[in-house]
Design a protein around this ligand. Structure first.
Ligand code: THU
Length: 131
């Protein structure tokens, strides 16, 4: 699949977000090392802390399908800087990432910034620390 179709799918996910409290829709699309894609959107709740981030939804979908290796993730919000993973989601992504995993911040008009997860979460704690 081309990057433009990944971006289109990320936008479709963002447009499904349930965000009556923040009005801040986020879409995420994971591309795994196998080349498959898994999307997610944020889903809020009247009990505010129970809302889920878009990245968490995409990770859950990936894991449910039996995959665990993130090649890249597109994150889209409606602002000009693009979607930016929160601290908690950086750690969630870390669980299924390696030193090459890319995080691509997008606005509706396209890619705004290409980063590595290691840029967003340097010196991170991960599964290997528990061995
Ligand atoms: N949000 C995400 O979905 N992902 C992030 O990484 C940042 C924040 C959501 C949570 C909440 O529904 C809204 O954005 C505002 O914080």
């Amino acid at each position: 699949m081309s990057e433009s179709s990944y971006i289109e799918s990320t936008k479709e996910a963002m447009n499904k977000a349930y965000v009556p409290y923040s009005n801040y829709p986020v879409g995420a699309l994971i591309v795994t090392k196998n080349g498959n894609t898994y999307s997610g959107c944020n889903v809020e709740n009247a009990s505010y802390p129970l809302g889920n981030c878009a990245e968490a939804a995409a990770i859950a979908s990936m894991v449910l399908a039996g995959e665990r290796n993130i090649k890249m993730i597109y994150v889209m919000s409606q602002n000009d800087q693009g979607g930016c993973p929160c601290g908690g989601c950086r750690q969630r992504l870390r669980e299924f990432s390696d030193i090459d995993t890319q995080v691509i911040l997008c606005s509706p008009s396209g890619v705004q910034q290409r980063l590595l997860l290691t840029d967003l979460l340097p010196n991170s704690f991960g599964p290997e620390h528990l061995l």
